[in-house]
Design a protein around this ligand. Sequence first.
Ligand SMILES: [Zn+2]
Length: 249
Amino acid sequence: MLIDTHCHLDKNDYDNMEEIINNMKDNIMIASGVDLETSLNVINLCNKYKNIYGTIGLHPTELDKYDLSVMKKIEENLTNPKIVGIGEIGLDYHYGRENEKFQKEVFIYQLELARKYKLPVVIHSRDAALDTLKILRQYKDLKIDMHCFSYSLDIAKELIKLNVKLGIGGVLTFKNSKKLKEIVEYIDLKDILLETDSPYLSPEPLRGQKNQPINVKYVSKKIAEIKNISEEEVEKITSLNAISQFDLR
Ligand SMILES: [Zn+2]
């Protein structure tokens, strides 16, 4: 069994959602929201499909939608048993740092929610490694997934010390991802969660096409190749990691 720990199954992304979900057979998906609308969509999918779980929250590039009523609605849904975490949330300085303070406030607000509801978090962090690390050091009690990990080996080591899991996706299969391949070779399989970040970041040999959760198998295959172990072993260990990380049942 494979578990895609991070994907987006937004209505606008797929013409035939049913087919995309059927392609996963009995494998499991954790769909993620980025704002209130996509979070409510995640909840609908969770209620409809047994093998879909969800995380809900406000993404750092969607902060123009921040409003206390939005945060309240997100909070109201955190007790849904299929909602297994808050995400994706975090810091993104890629487009500039002028709202850095606000990003940190909303990030911390949601980390506090995670603490209050004893939920794991899925983190988006781009061009903001040190600030993310600094904040996460205050939340060692949380179960954290650093989704689409893209930083250095040093940052990976620091995060793993905090018991953070690294979300590894299609980027690993890209020809130019030498650094990430070295990190995956170095770190223990128990610290890895498989993901696709569908519909983005399709793995090789499908790079450039619209991604979908079943393509998580290419990520698993690549990890097996890099670590010189069987695909079965990668599937087994990473699925156990995901089940324990998100307390799936
Ligand atoms: Zn995502």
